[in-house]
Design a protein around this ligand. Sequence first.
Ligand code: FES
Length: 106
Amino acid sequence: MSDWHNVIAAQDINPGDHAVVEIEGASIALFNLAGEFYAIENVCTHDGSEIAGGCVVDGAIECPRHGARFDIKTGAVTAPPAYEPVEIFPVRVVDGLVQVRDPRWD
Ligand code: FES
């Protein structure tokens, strides 16, 4: 099973904010939605742009390039032009640190 990685102090991401972190070469967008943390791959499945800089609308991140939207909790597409979901990652908070792991390595 892949290891959990400490990525950032939980207090450093307020509700509604996000951070971009890197885990073993993967760029991951970490979101705080109303106090719960979620992690998705920071790569749009439409044409590979970084998606973390987009707006969050109703729990979905909007890709700043062409406007595709992805549900931050599930990775599912909620608006085209993307049709494939983005990868999501397990997140937990231990001793005030947000931890993420990449199960693709399991
Ligand atoms: S690259 Fe994200 S919508 Fe096109």
